[in-house]
Design a protein around this ligand. Sequence first.
Ligand code: ADP
Length: 495
Amino acid sequence: MQHHLNIQDNSSLQLIYEKLVQKISDTVMITEAENIEAPDGPKILYVNDAFTKMSGYSSTEVIGKTPRILQGPKTDKQELKRIKQALQNFESVKSTLINYSKQGEEYYVELEIIPVAFEDKQEKYFISIERDITQQKLFQEAIIKTHELNKKLFESSPDCLKLLDKEGNLEHMNVNGCNLMEIDDFNFVKHKKWTDLWPQEAKPAVQTAVDKAMNGENHHFQAFCPTAKGTAKWWDVLVCPVLNDANEVFEIISSSRDITNYKLEEQRKTDFLKMVSHEVRTPITSIKGYVQLLQMELKANNSPSPSINFALERIDNQINRINKLINEILDVSRLETGNMVFNKEIFSLNKLLQETVADLSLTNSSRKIIILQNDVCQIDGDKNKIEQVFINLINNAIKFSPENAIIEISCKIENKQVCVSIKDYGIGIKETDKENLFKLFYRVEETAKNYKGFGIGLYLVKEIMNLHNGDITIESEYGKGSKFILQFPIYHEIS
Ligand code: ADP
């Protein structure tokens, strides 16, 4: 339905239109529709207040002049040609141009020129309506610049960068990425599911990363994936969500760094340690055998020489220490190469804890190891490996606390989990060291010279716990003592 202004008096109506045009926020300029080709034409006949505000020219300054005074070096010449052509044909035209104010400042305008003619008077005019769109344009330019900068960063990265859509399909890969992956034509992999391009063993890690990114989280993993031409490569991969203005994930970005050389270096080190350990193990086993033979001979011949007995016992102890180290190094190499064998069974954790404490109490009479609580519980795991975890932690508690100190142990069922804690009243651990203790070969520098060790035990403990879907945490007060807390998923609770 149309509404008409019901004013009968034409002069009143003209007054209203005049006021409207004068005060409207868009600029209005009326020019004659002649002399389009002349350098000083067509002449401006009227401008409204908004024109003065936008251009800086008062109406008296521009009336009689040509609109070309608004043009300048950056005004698009092609576009002006097109406008002129339309005006010559007396057609309306729309455009976007750069204008110049009286002070010489550039501003963007969106304009529409409408030709009007009064049939009776044979008069013709052009009405030009302009709107300042400088802010809009600057914003658009800033977005384009940011976009270009991002594109440059994306392309110049030495890593393999990929954009995936929300479904995890490959949409884009930078040139360096194509080179690293030995992909000659990206179109062969474009739109393919990224997870499908990985070997079977790596797929779960890749899928987890994609799922997390779709959930808005960053995720990091390392995995093996040969290139398109089959070159063996290891990758360190970071997967991140890209959010839109509404904070929704609309793309995923993944950055893969080639760490093959680093992995090979690690592999060489592990292989070397493994080889040395195996080489040392053979003579050590043989020495241990001879020591035991000598001990038996001495006993059988009833020749109690305290000094010889003592020496043989010492040799046996030292051999045990070397054996322990060799076994730990071999375990590290097995873990790093994924060759650690787990013989899982359902066993009583509280029983294993009790037996281990009894064994260690026998050989460490100078410490009082007390079990405060031992809830009956079963877990599904490798008994020998869990025993190794208990031995490592209790031996550390012994090693890092003074003679006659108490070591408190408990096994409690809490929230459908088993919590085993080993608490000592020893030297304690500083907050800054806590997070590093589980790193391979890490030892607290300050105390390293006073206590023998290699910094392998806690690394193995952490890895074994991870492989049992468990966890280990530390509570400690420096100078007062430490508490190591193990958490296992419970298999079955016998009440
Ligand atoms: P190692 O004891 O052979 O050095 P671990 O990996 O078992 O290796 O322990 C790493 C380091 O953690 C130790 O060198 C020690 O500095 C610290 N640590 C471990 N257990 C304790 C503890 N109960 N009290 C204080 N410090 C400890």
